[in-house]
Design a binder for this molecule. Structure first.
Ligand code: ADP
Ligand code: MG
Length: 242
């Protein structure tokens, strides 16, 4: 892991009104890595994802992406730099079909690659191909998650942000989705920053991970190190969601 990180979050503080949700966060994601951020509900994980995307903006510290300071850029300009996210709760367009959702993800810049990219998404998630004419809102939770990830991929991201892809899904579905993420990372070299309450699944998937408590990073290490760490095991693994 030499050279400049693809994403470098330094000393980031984010507020909602005068309540500080992020209290000085340092996180690095290098090209080709899968990095996860684990932590309990309310720790600030989604706030960090949203801060990277520019809404809300950090009140202190900096977010550097691909060598560029994006801390004060508007969200649409950050997206244009090829950071794509699958937000918490998926946020697909419920009245649009699967295919229309994918078109929305591609944006105007990528229309020339549309066919090729849709085929890739369909190869990864064959269920979406079968349901391409179906409205997003009528898909199962797992299918909506596939669509949310597929839509993000249509933007041809350099960095994919995933916020709780496993939320509310059965273990077997989670396994399938995490395998697809691993495959993308291995075969396409896609860099992934993943937020999860499902620490077990996230740590197994990740090269490195950070633990967040009350708006601060309290631990970091390789996925394997954190899986073996007694504090992590007690707080996030034993008796938790596996
Ligand atoms: N829009 C908001 N307005 C005010 N407080 C918020 C808002 N969103 C999140 N928070 C608060 O910020 C903290 C971190 O929330 P969040 O980033 O959603 O945590 P996580 O994703 O780890 O569950 C929580 O205390 C939450 O109540
Ligand atoms: Mg969250």
């Amino acid at each position: 892991m030499t050279g400049q990180p693809l994403l470098n979050v330094q000393g980031v503080e984010t507020y909602y009104g005068n309540i500080r949700a992020l209290a000085g966060i340092d996180v690095e994601v290098h090209r080709g890595e899968i990095v996860s951020l684990i932590g309990a509900n309310g720790a600030g994980k989604s706030t960090l994802m949203m801060t990277i995307c520019g809404s809300p903006q950090a009140r202190a510290g900096s977010v550097i992406f691909d060598g560029q300071n994006i801390t004060r850029l508007p969200t649409h300009e950050i997206a244009r730099l090829r950071i794509a996210q699958s937000p918490e709760g998926r946020r697909i367009f419920p009245r649009m079909t699967v295919m229309e959702n994918l078109q929305m993800g591609a944006g105007l810049d990528n229309l020339k690659y549309f066919k090729e990219d849709v085929e890739k998404v369909f190869a990864m998630f064959p269920r979406l191909k079968e349901r391409q004419g179906q409205r997003g809102g009528t898909l199962s939770g797992g299918e909506q998650q596939m669509l949310s990830i597929g839509r993000a991929l249509m933007a041809r991201p350099k960095l994919l942000l995933l916020d709780e892809p496993s939320l509310g899904l059965a273990p077997l579905i989670v396994k399938g989705i995490f395998e697809a993420i691993k495959k993308l990372n291995k075969e396409e070299g896609l860099t992934v920053f993943l937020v999860e309450q499902n620490a077990f699944a996230a740590l197994r998937l990740s090269d490195r991970a950070y633990v967040m408590v009350n708006g601060k990073v309290t631990m970091s290490g390789s996925g394997a190190e954190l899986l073996a760490n007694p504090e992590v095991r007690a707080a996030y693994l034993e008796g938790g969601r596996h």
